[in-house]
Design a protein around this ligand. Structure first.
Ligand code: HSE
Length: 311
């Protein structure tokens, strides 16, 4: 068997979902990456080697998420009897279980790699559908796949995504606390029903955020990252959340939000302000005042999404 023919290397960006008001529908890709090197095997063996962020906690066998994505794709295209296993090597930059889309990198990476090896039987829209099914929400997998900023809509079992590159050169300042937060727990604290007032609060801001980014209207951004649907309920899970947001804004950020379901907090500025170091220190220091050790990442918006590096 020619092993080389059955191998693909894919680079997938980390992502930040919600972006404040866009709960479960807005997301962006960031310039931080996980790389997956996938070889499909005829035998039913699953071997996983990981290095980098969180590697000690990544399942090695059939529970591995990238393998589950590979397997899902094989089933979808009816090739599961031909390839029953895989050798997967990952190099990870994206912090695990912090709201930066690490699980989406595994899902999208597994799907894109297997699809590439099999001669691209599925297009990106079909991959998005499978990725959303595996992840449960489209808001991280969509930017991981397409790059840029994404707006996603679930319509029954279907998912539609509009992806675009903002006309504002955003800088992303992420404070990464030293504790993990499970998305399941962060969703459990949310109320089942919301008021009409809170719904209007979010619809208006999410719409304004997209309009401002599409049109390059930085002046419209400051209120547009605020949220009433999830962050007020999640603040008890992230000590100092409100104060870190305030500190970031006082240091000049246009807005701040929980990244995905947390625990990371993300602030937004533009490349021209050169305020990212100041904002980053303000966030880390304020976290510290609330007993949380955090490191910071200063990132740009990834333009490309999942990319096949080697085939
Ligand atoms: N939108 C999700 C949440 C993020 O906030 O729970 C993870 O997909």
């Amino acid at each position: 068997m020619d092993i080389k023919k059955n191998r693909a290397v894919v680079r997938v960006p980390g992502t930040s979902a919600n972006c404040g008001p866009g709960f479960d529908c807005l997301g962006l890709a960031a310039t931080i990456y996980n790389q997956l090197d996938v070889t499909l095997l005829r035998s039913a063996k699953v071997l996983v080697e990981s290095s980098g962020e969180g590697s000690e906690n990544i399942p090695r066998g059939k529970k591995n998420l990238a393998w589950q994505a590979v397997r899902r794709l094989l089933l979808e295209v009816g090739r599961e009897n031909e390839f029953k296993g895989a050798f997967i090597r990952t190099k990870n930059q994206v912090p695990l279980a912090r709201g930066l889309g690490s699980s989406s990198t595994a899902i999208v990476g597994g799907l894109v790699a297997a699809n590439e090896i099999l001669g691209a039987p599925l297009n990106r829209q079909q991959l998005l559908k499978l990725a959303t099914e595996l992840e449960g929400h489209p808001d991280n997998v969509a930017p991981a796949l397409f790059g840029g900023f994404t707006v996603s809509v679930m319509d029954g079992g279907d998912v539609q995504t509009f992806s675009f590159l903002p006309r504002i050169k955003l800088k992303l300042i992420v404070a990464v606390p030293d504790f993990e937060l499970s998305t399941r727990l962060a969703r459990k604290v949310l109320p089942k029903n919301i008021s009409r007032r809170d719904a209007i609060f979010n619809i208006s801001r999410a719409s304004m955020l997209v309009a401002a980014l599409v049109e390059g209207r930085e002046d419209l951004l400051p209120p547009a990252f605020d949220d009433a649907l999830h962050q007020p309920y999640r603040k008890k899970l992230v000590p100092g959340m409100t104060e870190v947001f305030e500190a970031a804004k006082n240091a000049g950020a246009l807005g701040a939000a929980i990244s995905g379901a947390g625990s990371c907090l993300i602030a937004f500025t533009t490349t021209k302000t050169k305020l990212e170091e100041k904002i980053s220190s303000a966030m880390v220091e304020t976290f510290k005042l609330h007993g949380v050790n955090a490191k910071s990442l200063i990132l740009n918006v990834d333009k490309r999404g999942a990319k096949v590096m080697k085939r």
